[in-house]
Design a protein around this ligand. Structure first.
Ligand SMILES: Cc1cc2nc3c(=O)[nH]c(=O)nc-3n(C[C@H](O)[C@H](O)[C@H](O)COP(=O)(O)O)c2cc1C
Length: 300
């Protein structure tokens, strides 16, 4: 009997759809039954966003509050492999991804099943990945591979272009000066190679070395500076989320968070990175490598 693969994902712009199509094409070519399912929430998020709506989801993302999904209507109850395509939102699993991983029916589907995660964010994916990995473990799934795709332009540049993209819906060059936002066409095309690797492992039903091969192929890489910034931002986002969630009128607080984010990124991050480069990083090689390994691996 043909092996069955479920590729389940969320996307607003269509970027993740393109990634899932490319990544799974070698599995289709190899003759596996690939079922692709787009997650939909009962009350979804309009795209493009307005600035106000964009920031309004921050507390629910960070606090991991799920929302009702539209019924999944999967063809099978069990699969040989499940691929989950998700986005980081505010350093956390996006609300649709978090809702999926809280869905009892879906948790039954992934229990005792090999799972591969693919994220496609701006550039800060580590914390959301750790949370997804923990949720998969709680659900009894077997995470066998992770691919992390991102926008490789410098952090301040992609910060500008992601807002242009998210607030206009146009994945093109802002003012004809900035680069295109999101995951590059080249990086999306490269996922076909990762898919080939997965197809081989699925054929042999041998998952032990998949992640090592994906790391070798650079399907997932850790950028030290981004890891550093994200680690510092994580508890601060949590503090903001807890404060804002308690407010009756969230608007001024969300606005304050927005300004905090701009200042933190354009001012705070360069200062902290400079201090780190002088006082900490030169003496922390072992710890840094340990952390990198922790995030590259699929085992927690
Ligand atoms: C509300 C919101 C918050 C986001 N926060 C992050 C983030 O913290 N880190 C990151 O790398 N990307 C972030 N992004 C970018 C998304 O991960 C993703 O790349 C983008 O939304 C395009 O995905 P899609 O069109 O396939 O849904 C955010 C996007 C949205 C809409």
């Amino acid at each position: 009997m043909n092996k069955k693969v479920l590729a389940i994902y969320y996307t607003q712009s269509g970027q993740m759809g393109e990634i899932v199509d490319t990544f799974t094409s070698p599995l289709v070519d190899a003759g596996f039954d690939v079922e692709k399912v787009l997650i939909k929430l009962v009350s979804g998020y309009e795209f493009p966003w307005t600035g106000k709506r964009f920031f309004s989801v921050m507390p629910s993302c960070v606090l991991g509050i799920p929302e009702p999904l539209q019924p999944l209507e999967l063809k099978e109850q069990k699969y040989d492999l499940v691929i989950i395509g998700y986005q980081p939102w505010f350093l956390s699993p996006s609300i649709p991804a978090n809702s999926l991983l809280h869905d009892e029916g879906f948790r039954d589907v992934i229990k005792d099943t090999p799972v591969i995660t693919i994220s496609a964010g701006r550039n800060m994916w580590i914390n959301s990945y750790v949370r997804v990995r923990n949720m998969l473990k709680e659900a009894g799934a077997r995470l066998v591979g992770n691919v992390a795709l991102l926008d490789k332009h410098p952090n301040p540049i992609s910060f500008v272009t992601i807002f242009y993209w998210m607030l206009t819906g146009k994945k093109d060059r802002y003012l004809n000066i900035f680069p295109r936002p999101g995951v590059s066409e080249q990086d999306i095309a490269a996922t076909v190679e990762y898919g080939r690797t997965v197809a081989r492992h699925l054929q042999n039903n041998d998952w032990g070395t998949l992640q090592d091969e994906l790391i070798e192929q650079k399907a997932v890489e850790i950028n030290y500076k981004l890891m550093f910034i994200e680690a510092r931002a994580k508890p601060i986002f949590m503090a903001w989320a807890k404060i804002i969630a308690k407010r009756k009128n969230r608007t001024p607080w969300l606005s304050a968070f927005k300004y905090y984010l701009f200042v933190a990124l354009f001012l705070g991050a360069p200062v902290l990175l400079t201090l780190d480069a002088i006082f900490l990083k030169p003496f922390s090689a072992k710890r840094i490598n340990r952390n990198k390994l922790k995030y590259l691996q699929v085992i927690n």
